[in-house]
Design a protein. Structure first.
Length: 128
């Protein structure tokens, strides 16, 4: 099975997705704010239909507002409802927002370990 890819530009952000064999990765680049946070949540919602495991790579985000945190919460709910395991890989800006909005660490985060041949990230869970 080949890697399937999709791309979307929304405001000051670009979203890319790729998946194969039940694993997928969605990456976001640019700025995530009230103008495009809903589009990210909807984009991920469409992508999880093809996945059992999803990595949300946010290392390309230079800015994320509180609307972005709301989108991350909706993604968490959608993944749970679809029985999709997922983790987000935060940028510095995302980590800062999570310290304020998710101090208990409810949202699953991970650090990249290495890229596979297909370009998908393998993850190592952060220690608490």
């Amino acid at each position: 099975m080949s890697v399937t890819q999709a791309w979307l530009k929304s405001g000051n952000a670009e979203f890319n997705a790729q998946w194969e064999h039940g694993s997928g990765m969605v990456s976001a680049h640019g700025e995530l704010d009230a103008a495009n946070a809903d589009q990210l949540a909807e984009y991920v919602g469409r992508c999880i239909q093809h996945c059992r495991w999803l990595t949300l790579d946010l290392t390309g985000l230079k800015f994320i507002g509180t609307a972005g945190f709301s989108a991350l919460h909706r993604i968490n709910v959608a993944c749970s409802a679809a029985d999709v395991r997922w983790a987000l890989v935060p940028s510095v800006a995302v980590s800062r927002l999570l310290r304020v909005c998710d101090p208990d660490g409810v949202l699953p985060t991970a650090e990249p370990k290495r890229r596979t041949q297909a370009g998908l990230l393998q993850l190592i869970p952060e220690s608490s």
